[in-house]
Design a protein around this ligand. Structure first.
Ligand code: F6R
Length: 254
């Protein structure tokens, strides 16, 4: 089945691809990622969790199974992890990545990196995680989602453009929003390890995927607002190779 048409425009320096619906936006993002992997098999990917990329990961797993998309030389680094959750906790981001992607493709487990939620010294661990990215040659393609409050990774409003990997306190809004994955909001960890905005802006290419009308304000502010720390995603305007892939609902205020 052919995907419904998409249209592409540039807002400021950012390339925006508007797809008809969630499915075609996920498909588009998967195509972009798979093209990047095929053209650079030893690619270093920056990966995100959350509801948004689930269908995209499913598509990538399908491309591995049916079209031979090869992850054997790919290295990955995830953006963030909750502090206090072990790798095998059902809501940990490590578990998410295993279940949604890694268990379905041929990436080598030693090449996958997710911050350790149980690190004895999380701040030190965050620094070492960032050093590992540098050692791997930096991120070639960084995938991002966006929070309704404009956060990217767990860089909440107020995070500066030069912020580095660190421990961060989650805002009540983010805790509330992520409570849908837990039995109750009380169970959502209050702190996390996150890459910084400065770390993210060092990626060679950034792809942000946003789906649904609850992201429309965040996308509008990110693209048409002045770059400002009150809306972290707007700081992506400071990078020269950013693509937003959004569905019509997320693009509705543009
Ligand atoms: C997840 C992450 C977060 C999410 C954002 C959107 O690794 O870094 O910034 O991308 O919270 O989450 P969803 O996709 O659940 O709406």
């Amino acid at each position: 089945m052919k995907n419904p048409p998409e249209h592409e425009r540039t807002v400021g320096s950012i390339n925006v691809i508007v797809c008809a619906d969630a499915q075609s936006a996920s498909q588009k993002a998967a195509e972009l990622m798979s093209n990047a992997i095929r053209s650079r098999p030893k690619i270093v990917l920056g990966l995100a969790t959350g509801g948004t990329p689930v269908e995209m990961y499913r598509q990538l797993a399908k491309m591995h199974e049916h079209d031979g998309l090869d992850f054997s030389n790919v290295t990955s680094f995830n953006l963030d992890e909750y502090i206090g959750l072990s790798a095998d906790h059902p809501q940990s981001y490590r578990m998410f990545m295993q279940q949604k992607l890694f268990d379905h493709i041929n990436i080598k487990s030693e090449n996958t990196h997710v911050p350790d939620g149980l690190a004895a010294d999380p701040q030190q661990h965050a620094k070492e995680f960032e050093a590992l990215i540098v050692k791997a040659g930096g991120i070639d393609v960084q995938l991002l989602g966006v929070g309704q409050n404009g956060h990217i990774a767990f860089n909440e409003p107020g995070s500066t453009a030069d912020s580095r990997a660190r421990v961060i306190e989650l805002t009540p809004a983010t805790i509330q929003s992520n409570a849908r994955f837990f039995a109750s909001a009380d169970e959502v960890p209050k702190t996390a390890i996150t890459l910084g905005i400065g770390t993210i802006l060092e990626a060679k290419r950034i792809v942000l995927l946003a789906i649904g009308s609850n992201k429309a304000t965040a996308i509008h502010r990110a693209l048409e607002g002045k770059p400002d720390i009150s809306h972290p995603a707007s700081l992506l305007q400071n990078h020269d190779d950013v693509t937003f892939i959004v569905d019509e609902s997320a693009a509705s205020l543009l």
